[in-house]
Design a protein around this ligand. Sequence first.
Ligand code: BDR
Ligand code: CA
Length: 303
Amino acid sequence: MKLIIDTDPGIDDAIAIALAHALPQVDLIGMTAVFGNTHVVQSSRNARYLADLLGFDVPVAEGAALPYGEVSYAPSDYVHGPEGLGDLMTIPQIGQNDPRNAAQFLCEMAAKYAGELVICAIGPLANIADAIALDPSFVTNVKSLVIMGGAFEHAGNVSPYAEANIIHDPIAADAVFGSGMTITMVGLDATMKTLLTPTDFDDLEKAAPKIGGFIKRIADFYLGFYRSVGVIDGCPMHDALAVLACTDPEKFTFQMTGIKVTQSGDEIGATVADTTRKPVAVAMGCDAVWAVDLMKTQISGLG
Ligand code: BDR
Ligand code: CA
């Protein structure tokens, strides 16, 4: 499977990237960086740093710095750390970003691998909305867009109604859900069922001292954040679960419904049913034991 990850790394993004690299059926052909957990320059730096750590080299194309309609953005450093990867500081820029911006790169790859390319979007959706605006054929060239984002029946995680990736750019998210692309939404209904415990991170470190040890180190910050908001038994897999929805959709249960994103008021960023829109496969659950085990087994193989 040809895959591009659109990302704002991010602790759970780092786990998702490691998992995509480890899965034998995934051909990760590039990453695109977006603002979100960090500023976009830090996102692309972190994506390149993670690729180098994991031992692979793919184009990293930098994209949107700001949400649609905004003039500033404050990253979620209290969730992911000052530079996005837990307590890591002064993360170096390794090599150069791709000269194309994210939307150009996405459109060119979608045209090159028309009908084949899967995009896994695990940050706010500005780059995907930019690609839709740039090239009308992008919508049909992409085989499928798998989004980590949204909360359908589950409560939000930034507000009672909204999940982070959606509320950080509700205009872009609504444009994407209304675009007619073939979309799978892996939101909190599924991801909050896949908690990773401190023991899971200990296991990863034991099995794979370099990569598992790195993940354990950065996950400490994430576990701390979740403890501070009352989730005491672990941190959700979030972004890595979206990668598994690309490769193993049969392990998920879905509800088919059009989705629109609330644009104002208390419920801004909510993902709600809109039956006038093309149906999206909304993940309502998954085989959580399988997902956690597979992630651990695959990443353990990285050493
Ligand atoms: C999503 O928001 C970010 O903090 C995570 O990386 C994930 O993509 C979870 O709501
Ligand atoms: Ca993310």
